[in-house]
Design a protein around this ligand. Structure first.
Ligand SMILES: [Zn+2]
Length: 110
């Protein structure tokens, strides 16, 4: 699959719904694929392309705002390592569960 096909595959996997807010992605011009572990050079160097480009750590989002929420950034190295490990095992559902919980805790200020 080329990259565009991969984006559609991710939307299909998430049933054309934003995994963060649940909104419908059909006819949404801002619909975008989010990477939990970002595509940045440092992240690629740390985990390799096979992790970063794996759809197990990529999810459908409705907007840049929801995309940003899903990206865990560089501040949580233990969580990053856990996500990478689960990605290698293709445990997509488990990754989403962990990341959504992480977002909730961050919003609550835990
Ligand atoms: Zn959303």
């Amino acid at each position: 699959m080329n990259d565009k096909e991969l984006v559609y595959e991710v939307f299909r996997l998430d049933d054309w719904r934003c995994v963060v807010c649940g909104s419908n992605l059909k006819n949404n011009l801002y619909a975008q694929r989010a990477h939990v572990l970002s595509q940045g050079k440092r992240m690629r160097k740390r985990y390799g392309n096979e992790v970063i480009d794996n759809t197990s750590q990529q999810f459908a989002t409705c907007s840049l705002e929801c995309n940003k929420k899903l990206s865990i950034g560089y501040a949580y190295p233990l969580l990053m390592d856990r996500i990478a490990e689960l990605t290698r095992q293709n445990k997509r559902e488990e990754i989403l569960e962990i990341v959504l919980k992480h977002i909730q805790e961050k919003e609550k200020g835990v």
